[in-house]
Design a protein around this ligand. Structure first.
Ligand SMILES: CC(=O)N[C@H]1[C@@H](OP(=O)(O)OP(=O)(O)OC[C@H]2O[C@@H](n3ccc(=O)[nH]c3=O)[C@H](O)[C@@H]2O)O[C@H](CO)[C@@H](O)[C@@H]1O
Ligand SMILES: C=C(OP(=O)(O)O)C(=O)O
Length: 416
């Protein structure tokens, strides 16, 4: 079990380029099975989740070549429609193969997906929508077997703007007969990236980024080449690492619109943020001001994936912050670990009350999920003494070489 050892107290400073977004690359890789062609995707981050995606594609019969941030997926010879259980259990996004494989083969067998333990993550909205489109889905012994000779375009109303359900429906609708409309669709930037990828392949998708997405079924798709958008959560994490250590950073390759809600909170905490074309600069304040409230919401609200890191920053603020986690039921596992480092946090259900303290002190803590793990690393950078963050495989699902990046930015951090 790998760990990170951090000697806190060094300022984060310098310049770093943000890589491709995990939450874009995963559905886009699943979508490469659709066209039975050769697909080239650039700015692929080196992440455990991408390795798993690659293994799933290979297990289905695709040939995959990955080199220097570019992946080439040839999905001509797709021979298998069963996704290996051990891979599905490793990663939540494997569920996106449901829509992709139904479109491509009319058949798929998959187990219930795994991923980070941040509360129950049902897939009822995915299944209900696919059934509305005509898929026959059997659920037995933890496996889903789905079949459809030809899916039909449908008018789908989502009870909640689920990112994964929106993506699954988009992929299932590509070859469906007629037009599919998704209402109350997720509006995340990664949905727009998926629309751009699909349209570049010859699909007819419009409305991504709004609450209504339309997909007109097509007969044929073509080969595609695509660049993944930058990761807004990785960018936000490095900004918070800078703020908590009172440093100064320039992030290259960012789309600042995607970072609005995070930047808003960082400015409220006293940071100066300067926006340029594809980059931005953050200058941390001498004292971190308490942000009154952080409420996680679907995009464009404050992202749940940035809740833990912002909590770390608020542990060292000059007052009280009320955090409300509205998306996932159990996303405060990092709070107890932060308390071990001297933070003052009380959790009651979906609410956490954070009272700023003068300092954190290094301790041995355990990463229990991806962003919670990132939050502990961020706290360790500012803590007095040495922090050991154990079980960093969770963090490696979503951050490329985080210790090396932080090391080049001035942190004293090593992996063991
Ligand atoms: C790979 C990827 O893109 N992961 C992101 C995606 O996850 P994911 O796509 O799993 O998140 P969803 O938007 O689907 O989930 C949001 C909420 O809806 C609920 N829900 C979802 C589907 C369903 O069928 N039934 C249901 O009740 C979930 O339990 C959760 O409470 O969006 C989350 C919310 O922004 C992010 O934290 C994840 O980083
Ligand atoms: C929860 C996350 O990812 P996933 O949906 O892939 O588990 C995340 O990126 O914070």
């Amino acid at each position: 079990m790998s760990k990170l050892i951090i000697d806190g107290g060094n300022r984060i400073g310098g310049e770093v380029r943000v890589g491709g977004a995990k939450n874009s690359v995963l559905p886009i890789l699943a979508a490469t099975v659709l066209n039975g062609g050769i697909n080239v995707v650039h700015d692929i981050p080196k992440l455990l989740d991408v390795d798993i995606m690659e293994k799933i594609l290979t297990s289905l019969g695709c040939s995959v070549k990955r080199e220097n941030g570019t992946i080439v997926v040839n999905s001509k010879e797709l021979t298998n429609y069963e996704i290996p259980e051990e891979l599905v259990r490793e990663m939540r996004s494997s569920i996106i193969f449901l829509g992709a494989m139904l479109s491509r083969c009319g058949k798929v067998k998959i187990s219930y997906p795994g991923g980070c333990e941040i509360g129950p993550r049902p897939i009822d909205l995915h299944l209900k929508s696919l059934r509305e489109m005509g898929a026959k889905i059997e659920e037995r012994h933890g496996f889903l077997t789905c079949e459809a000779t030809k899916l039909r375009g449908s008018d789908i109303q989502l009870d909640f703007p689920s990112v994964g359900a929106t993506e699954n429906i988009m992929l299932a609708a590509i070859f469906a007969k007629g037009t599919t409309v998704i209402r109350n669709a997720a509006r995340e930037p990664e949905i727009i990236d998926l629309e751009n990828f699909l349209n570049a392949m010859g699909a007819k998708v419009s409305g991504a980024g709004t609450a209504t997405i339309r997909i007109e079924g097509v007969e044929k798709l073509y080969d595609v080449e695509h660049n993944i958008i930058p990761d807004r959560i990785v960018a936000g994490t490095y900004l918070i690492a800078t703020a908590i250590t009172k440093g100064e950073i320039v992030l290259k390759n960012v789309i600042h619109e995607h970072l609005q809600s995070t930047l808003y909170k960082l400015r409220e905490s006293g940071c100066i943020v300067q926006i340029y074309n594809h980059s931005l600069k953050l200058i941390a304040p001498k004292e971190i001001k308490a942000v009154e409230s952080i409420r996680t919401l679907p995009y464009p609200g404050y992202p749940t994936d940035m809740q833990a890191q912002m909590m770390s920053l608020m542990t060292l603020s000059d007052g009280i912050t009320i955090v409300t986690e509205n998306i996932f039921e159990n996303r405060y596992k990092h709070a107890n670990e932060l308390v071990r480092m001297g933070a003052n946090i009380k959790v009651d259900g979906r609410i956490a009350i954070v009272k700023g303290v003068a300092k954190l002190s290094g301790a041995t803590v355990v990463a229990q999920d991806l962003r919670g793990g990132a939050a502990l690393i961020v706290a360790g950078l500012a803590a007095e003494g040495t922090t050991i963050v154990e079980n960093i495989k969770h963090v490696e699902r979503g951050y490329e070489n985080i210790h090396e990046v932080l090391g080049t930015l001035g942190a004293r951090i090593r992996k063991q």
